[in-house]
Design a protein around this ligand. Structure first.
Ligand SMILES: [Mn+2]
Length: 329
């Protein structure tokens, strides 16, 4: 008998689900999270699992993410609208892991995880496929198709290809051979004009005004760049950081937004000397939470940890510079 594939193992576990199966990506799903969820949704349906839904928490903010839902008719619902979701249901986490700040712990039993972020340890899962060396979760899901000789429908191939594009910044950020192999395989099946359409919907007019405001706040210190955004939009923060890191001479960016609840951080690094995840953990040490990849990471410091006599801008710049100087240039 052939060795069962990862998908076979997962499906075998999920067949025993007492009620519904929820695929849950991280909160404020981005293109990689959306395409991974959609890709897995199709696979589970294809394997005969019928009571499958995709659920997420918080608002989808980015224009391209919203466009994906429309173009690919992604059946995602917000946790607040999932009225039948309960403790009897099972969840498969995608592009996220339990215990990370970016995912809400819903009442479901999280029986499985498929992710490409840093491994957080087994949180009671019966199925784990965590590959931090991979640049996108979409590439992992794409492999489930090809490994099982399932041809992804054109729209799903397109969504997965776009997920790889976005999470690896066009194969230039943290991409490994799996991303590249899957990129090549999906490319032949995908609808490229649809990708072009998504590309043409990455920023809204409102975003542009916020960017314009944020870019005025940019300060640099050697290879370090700082940006402060006045918006509660999480995904804009990372996208604004991506633009600043593309500035000549700037290789590390700390982008942050101050909210009523605390400070949201997004860190980017193209420097081999400074890892974004190490830097963000240093910034939030003792005050908040943070993590991510070598090239992109995020964090949060709750408001109660900030005292009025420690100005947040100064605090973050001071800590980032201390880390940067200490990393022995
Ligand atoms: Mn991802």
């Amino acid at each position: 008998m052939d060795t069962p594939t990862k998908l076979d193992v997962l499906v075998d576990i999920l067949k025993d689900a007492p009620d519904e199966i929820f695929i849950q990506p991280h909160n404020v799903p981005d293109p990689d999270a959306i395409s991974s969820s959609l890709g897995l949704y199709y696979l589970l349906n294809h394997k005969g699992l019928k009571k499958v839904r995709i659920v997420y928490d918080l608002e989808i903010e980015k224009t391209n993410s919203l466009k994906m839902l429309e173009l690919f008719k992604v059946p995602m619902i917000r946790a607040a609208d999932a009225h039948t979701l309960g403790t009897e249901d099972w969840a498969v986490l995608v592009d996220a892991q339990k215990g990370n700040a970016n995912i809400t712990d819903l009442p479901t039993d999280e029986v499985a995880v498929i992710d490409h972020h840093q491994y957080m340890g087994n949180q009671g899962y019966r199925f784990e496929d965590v590959r931090p060396e991979t640049g996108s979760c979409s590439a992992i899901i794409a492999e489930y198709y090809f490994e099982n000789d399932i041809v992804p429908p054109r729209e799903i191939a397109t969504a997965l290809l776009y997920g790889i594009f976005m999470d690896t910044s066009d194969l230039t950020r943290g991409a490994n051979t799996l991303d590249i192999d899957m990129f090549y395989k999906l490319y032949n099946l995908a609808d490229i004009p649809m990708i072009a359409e998504l590309r043409g919907n990455e920023i809204s007019k409102k975003d542009l005004a916020l960017y314009a405001e944020a870019f005025k706040t940019v300060e640099t210190y050697d290879e370090l760049g700082f940006l402060r955004l006045t918006s509660s939009n999480d995904s804009l923060l990372g996208a604004a950081g991506d633009i600043v890191v593309s500035v000549a001479g700037v290789n590390i960016v700390v982008a942050y937004a101050i909210r009523d609840t605390g400070v949201k951080l997004s860190v980017r690094s193209t420097s081999p000397r400074i890892k974004a995840n190490d830097l963000v953990r240093y910034l939030v040490e003792g005050t908040g939470v943070g993590g991510g990849h070598d090239h992109m990471a995020g964090g949060f410091i709750p408001i109660e940890k900030l005292t009025s006599d420690r100005l947040i801008d100064t605090f973050l710049k001071h800590r980032a510079i201390a880390f940067y100087e200490g990393a022995g240039k």
